[in-house]
Design a protein around this ligand. Structure first.
Ligand SMILES: Nc1ncnc2c1ncn2[C@@H]1O[C@H](COP(=O)(O)OP(=O)(O)OP(=O)(O)O)[C@@H](O)[C@H]1O
Length: 811
């Protein structure tokens, strides 16, 4: 803590005042410029009709550009005017003198002498703030390495434009700024962390864009946050080469998009495209597609993973009359019944079917599946050919081999169904060139014969008798050819038959892939049949599943092409562990870019039955030639040590999956509490009281995480109405603060002040999916965690907490 009376504090106050005044002056000046540009544009528009229009047009363009820049600067300065900078470094270059560098969220140059008053956190010298320690250090610039000495690193606390405090950091100082920032409550939106970015995070934000970057980061390690900062960094650093709309963030769902929506404007980059994988694929394939069962698979596996007593467990949905989803026990019965009644056969239940389903989903996400699709497309290209010469009458104008070469090789860069259009041009040219020759040759042929008759037949009438039919034949033939020529190209190219996209994909999945011998072994007979039956069922009525989206988009591109060119050159994927290899590969091939930043956590891979379960496979199969950079984040910033310890105990139940455990930042809090109940009513009563007590403590965002949606809805019904709870839905676009009941699989990525885990009838058991779901649930809370559950020995938490029915685990 600095003394407010010290001369240094006064100096800092003076500096802050000076900067703020300068910002104010700049804002005022910008307002004037803005209205000037506006007037210029108006004037030029008025003149557009009668003065030299090109000059007016140029004036409109230039002034619009000026206007946009002024607008952008204005917005940025407005945003920072109460906190123009958050840190200062004093760096003495080897050759040169010490100049304090004030680091903020934007830069500001004093116009009179070009002295930087604020330096942007993304600038090269700001790297010293994030990485450098007091003493000798260096940083990279476009001109090379700058060596020097860092003599001061200072952080400021400001409130409403007033300097409250500053703190100098030396090697030994713990990061109080970070602590303070982590103590703050969870908003319903993610915040920027420019002032407290840590070294390991900084290296990811600034990692080279040339190679794909894969980040394995523990829960709460800042993956989402630094993904957004990385984009802001690139847009700033490569301002001239990259437009913000060249970037695309792929997030898991719309709730998540809403959650991150606040950060980019805060960082001064608004125009970045943010979407979900599903929406992006829909936009490519055509929005009319019917997507079925996105959450169903996880539910199927969750149900199937329930322990042997599952069917005996009290079931809330029974009590409330909701339909009771099948568990493993009922699934087996279902498959036995299905054997007698094949009509009702459900391809997602039954032990054997579940094994097959797991295999099928993994296969549909594999590079092998994409190869099979490519093979199908190659076969289609062959079938597309007509095997016919392009002829006028009997005259070959273009040989079929040449047409084949054109379609398969020369026009290979075009979607298959667009190639006939291109071929038309060649055929038209050839027709134009050769029609005359053909007609002349016919004329010559008949002329020869007529001439021969003239020579051979002396008698006039006889000669006329013989030549007239020939002339008639010649004229008729010429006329017929002229007529044929008129539609020749159109008729030929009409022979290239275009099929319906869905019909083709159905043909591929239910037929042609089965015929690809190299894919299957003798042992795969059952799987072949399963694959075929599965798709006959799922693809009915033009329906698709999540796993079909990327293959469909690929097929669409290969055959029809997309409506618009895609200009995205840089892709950032959050929660990348939920993607399949095929999906990343398809994105890479469709977007024709290898500039990918993939961030994920294998410990949270709740969809690993279909998705990436190790990063090395991704690197070896998708980024074969691109030398991807792999980085890890193990420090977790979100939760307290006590909560993270419990999460780590849970993840220990997984067989080693090659991921380092999260290390919490030193921040203590209350130990998580655990209690189990025989009486459901008493549990709900205690849970309501816990919510009220958290509210009294001032916890603004509280999540009650239930394992699935049924339990969430059931709990909402049981909780008192005055608590005003909402149940989070997958297709929800926004989510606010308050009490949110969250099905565990939707909790990924989100964070709350306090989390209550409630298991009435569905428990997290000792199997990989449940372990990961529980890990996700535990790691959502920043400050407190309380667990309420029924009395069931299958519960993994029961195993951890032992027999006593109330306990808290401390650090
Ligand atoms: N350097 C930092 N300074 C301050 N807060 C940070 C820092 N890094 C991360 N945080 C905070 O930690 C929390 C977790 O960050 P974030 O959600 O980005 O992590 P994540 O790795 O994506 O988490 P998960 O995988 O569990 O969803 C956020 O509240 C974020 O603001």
């Amino acid at each position: 803590m600095s003394s407010k009376k010290s001369p240094e504090f006064k100096k800092e106050e003076k500096r802050l005042k000076y900067t703020k005044d300068y910002i104010q002056k700049t804002l005022e000046a910008t307002e004037i410029y803005k209205s000037q540009y506006k007037e210029n544009i108006q004037e030029a528009m008025e003149n557009l009709d009668y003065l030299d229009s090109s000059q007016s047009y140029i004036s409109v363009l230039i002034n619009t550009q000026f206007m946009e820049t002024a607008e952008k600067n204005f917005k940025q300065l407005q945003r920072v005017k109460d906190k123009p900078y958050f840190a200062r470094i004093d760096f003495i270059p080897q050759e040169g003198q010490k100049d304090p560098v004030y680091i903020g969220k934007t830069s500001l140059m004093r116009a009179e002498d070009d002295v930087p008053l604020i330096v942007d956190w993304r600038s090269p010298i700001a790297n010293v703030y994030y990485e450098g320690r007091i003493g000798k250090t260096e940083y990279e610039t476009a001109a090379g390495e700058q060596k020097g000495e860092l003599t001061l690193k200072r952080q400021y606390t400001m409130e409403e434009g007033t300097l409250v405090d500053y703190m100098d950091i030396d090697i030994a100082t713990k990061d109080d700024f970070l602590q303070a920032s982590l103590e703050a409550g969870a908003d319903d939106k993610l915040k920027d962390i420019a002032s407290t970015i840590q070294g390991e995070q900084n290296r990811i934000i600034r990692a080279d864009m040339k190679n794909p970057l894969i980040v394995q980061g523990a829960a709460g390690s800042g993956k989402t946050t630094i993904a957004l900062h990385r984009i802001a960094y690139f847009i700033y650093t490569y301002e001239k080469t990259f437009d913000p709309d060249n970037f695309m963030i792929l997030a898991p769902n719309n709730i998540f998009l809403d959650y991150i929506s606040g950060v980019l404007p805060e960082l001064g980059v608004e125009e970045v495209r943010q979407t979900t994988f599903i929406d992006f694929m829909k936009s490519l394939i055509g929005n009319k597609i019917k997507l079925i069962g996105t959450g169903e698979k996880l539910k199927t596996f969750l149900e199937a993973s329930k322990g042997p007593n599952a069917s005996k467990a009290p079931n809330a949905s029974k009590e409330y009359g909701a339909s009771n989803p099948p568990n493993a026990a009922t699934a087996i019965i279902a498959s036995e019944e299905a054997a007698q009644n094949p009509e009702d056969f459900d391809l997602t239940t039954g032990t054997q079917n579940l094994e097959n389903l797991k295999w099928l989903l993994k296969f549909k996400g594999s590079a092998a599946y994409l190869e099979a699709l490519k093979q199908y497309i190659r076969e289609m290209e062959q079938d597309f050919l007509q095997n016919l010469d392009f002829t006028l009458g009997e005259h070959v104008l273009v040989r079929k081999e040449t047409i084949e070469e054109l379609i398969l090789k020369d026009f290979n860069h075009l979607p298959l169904y667009k190639r006939p259009e291109e071929l038309k041009k060649t055929l038209r040219n050839q027709l134009k060139k050769k029609k005359k020759e053909v007609l002349e040759s016919i004329e010559a042929y008949y002329d020869d014969r007529i001439q021969g008759i003239r020579v051979k037949v002396p008698e006039l009438e006889e000669r006329r008798q013989q030549t007239l039919p020939l002339i008639g034949k010649r004229d008729a033939e010429l006329k017929a050819l002229e007529k044929e020529a008129k539609t020749l190209v159109k008729d030929y190219t009409a022979g290239f038959v275009k099929e319906d996209l869905y019909a083709l994909y159905q043909d591929f999945t239910t037929d042609k892939i089965i015929e690809q011998k190299e894919l299957w072994t003798e042992k795969d007979r059952d799987r072949q049949q399963y694959f075929k039956d599965y798709h006959q069922k799922t693809l009915q009525n033009k329906q698709l599943e999540l796993e079909d989206l990327a293959p469909m988009a690929y097929l669409k591109k290969a055959l029809f092409g997309f409506k618009e060119d895609i200009t995205i050159g840089n892709v950032v994927i959050d929660e990348a562990q939920d993607f399949s290899l095929l999906e990343v590969k398809v994105l890479k091939e469709l977007l024709k870019t290898d500039k990918f930043t993939l961030l994920g956590d294998l410990s949270q891979g709740i969809h690993s039955y279909r998705s990436i379960d190790n990063w090395s496979e991704l690197m070896a199969e998708v980024f074969v030639d691109e030398k991807p950079t792999y980085m890890e984040l193990t420090q977790s910033y979100r939760t307290t040590i006590e909560i993270m310890n419990l999460a780590n105990e849970v993840i220990d139940f997984l067989d080693d999956h090659g991921v380092k455990k999260a290390k919490p930042v030193i921040r203590h809090g209350k130990a998580p509490t655990y209690q189990y109940y025989d009486d459901e009513g008493a549990m709900v009563q205690d849970l309501s009281e816990e919510i009220l007590s958290l509210q009294r403590e001032g916890r603004e965002s509280i999540a009650v995480i239930c394992k699935d949606r049924e339990e969430s809805l059931d709990l909402k019904r049981k909780l008192p109405k005055n608590l005003k709870t909402t149940v989070l839905k997958e297709d929800q676009k926004t989510y606010g603060s308050g009490i949110t009941i969250v099905p565990s699989y939707l909790a990924k990525g989100l964070e709350f002040d306090s989390v209550i885990i409630c298991n009435q009838n569905s428990y997290y058991e000792d199997n990989p999916i449940d372990i990961k779901l529980l890990y996700v649930a535990i790691t959502r809370g920043m400050h407190t965690l309380s667990i309420f559950e029924g009395n069931d020995s299958r519960s993994l938490l029961r195993k951890i907490y032992g027999k006593s029915n109330t306990k808290s685990i401390s650090a």
